[in-house]
Design a protein. Structure first.
Length: 355
């Protein structure tokens, strides 16, 4: 498979991460880290202190492109992940979005009290994101795969309903039980907007995309089928109709024993595993040959040393015969020591520990 890059044609074989997402085993496995562009990097903190809040950075295409590229310059990861936020979809659907210092995002009006139909969609709010993609693509090294992303409908809906992050996603779950028709309208709006959003990222230059379902673990099996698997399958089908050759990674954090059904029924090309998943179990139950991504505990990375070496060895051993993208089981934490990231890269790329 070939991909256009800055006027050139670059074969997938030159991009280790892209090749793995397309089903090829690579040794050593490619590596990137969720939230790799962010608060653990001093260069990011310097930019944020200059620019101000998170949303201001994400909506400044030049700044967001620079932040996306920072970890590539420092570490040489095999993948660059767009610097943005999963709440850009609610923002484009018409909710106001801001970030409270030390408390996280806020959305208004909350859809626990207001109907989705009352919002005034503003898709132009996504234009800075597409411009960020174009800027990054123009500067990205030829061997690095550029990943776009969006939040999955269930996770995005939990924020839209509560107006903020919420404990156990109770308000969204209550609404889904109490008024499934109203909740379905929210999910439908997110699905449609997400297909357009990811297609826009791809048309601007991303080469693969990831769907983050950070709160999928809070649902019962029946709800998981209804609010995670079914909407994700619709996004995958809609996106594939427009861009059939773009790999799609699904990351249903907390899915646990529901992972095999997610893999079978959503149509994603690769599965991201959180740190609670036994990698040997995942290798046994997921479809043969399906690429997996993960699943180092971010706290093992903070620990470093022997703890990091043993955890890395365990994961590499589990996926020794499967297409594998080495990554964390969730986002890198702000107090991560950069020396430990360098140790991890050395472990994965040079020592290749095996069980």
């Amino acid at each position: 498979m070939e991909h256009a890059l800055s006027g050139e044609v670059v074969k997938a074989s030159q991009k280790s991460l892209l090749a793995v997402l397309e089903g090829e085993r690579r040794d050593p496995p490619p590596i990137w880290m969720m939230r790799q562009a962010g608060r653990y990097l001093p260069e990011y903190r310097a930019l944020r202190s200059e620019k101000g809040g998170f949303l201001a950075l994400a909506q400044d295409s030049a700044m967001a492109a620079e932040i996306t590229l920072q970890p590539i310059r420092r570490f040489g990861f095999d993948g660059a992940i767009l610097f943005s936020d999963i709440l850009m979809i609610p923002y484009a659907l018409g909710q106001d979005l801001w970030f409270e210092t030390g408390e996280g995002p806020r959305l208004a009006p909350p859809l626990a009290t207001d109907a989705i139909a009352s919002l005034d969609p503003q898709p132009e709010r996504l234009e800075p994101v597409y411009e960020t993609v174009r800027r990054v693509r123009a500067e990205l090294p030829a061997h690095v795969t550029f990943l776009g992303f969006a939040g999955s409908p269930w996770t995005v809906a939990t924020y839209m309903v509560a107006g903020q992050g919420s404990r156990e996603q109770g308000e969204a779950r209550r609404l889904a039980y109490r008024d499934p028709a109203a909740f379905s309208m929210i999910i439908d709006a997110i699905v449609t907007a997400t297909i357009d959003y990811l297609a826009g990222q791809i048309e601007a230059g991303t080469e693969a995309v990831q769907l983050f379902d950070s709160w999928s673990g809070s649902l019962s099996p029946v709800q998981f089928e209804q609010w995670v698997i079914a909407p994700t399958a619709r996004i995958v089908a809609g996106l594939r109709a427009r861009h059939p050759r773009i790999p799609i990674i699904g990351f249903p954090k907390g899915a646990g024993g529901k992972l095999p059904a997610y893999a079978r029924e959503t149509g994603v090309d690769a599965i991201g595993l959180d740190e609670t998943v036994d990698p040997f179990w995942a290798d046994a139950v997921l479809p043969e040959g399906m690429p997996v991504q993960g699943n180092l505990d971010p706290l093992a990375l903070i620990a470093g040393g022997d703890a990091l070496a043993q955890a890395t060895k365990h994961i590499l051993g589990a996926f020794a015969s499967r297409p594998h993208v080495f990554n964390l089981g969730h986002g890198i934490l702000p107090d991560t020591d950069i020396a430990h990231v360098e140790q991890l890269l050395d472990l994965v790329r040079n020592q290749q520990p095996r069980d």
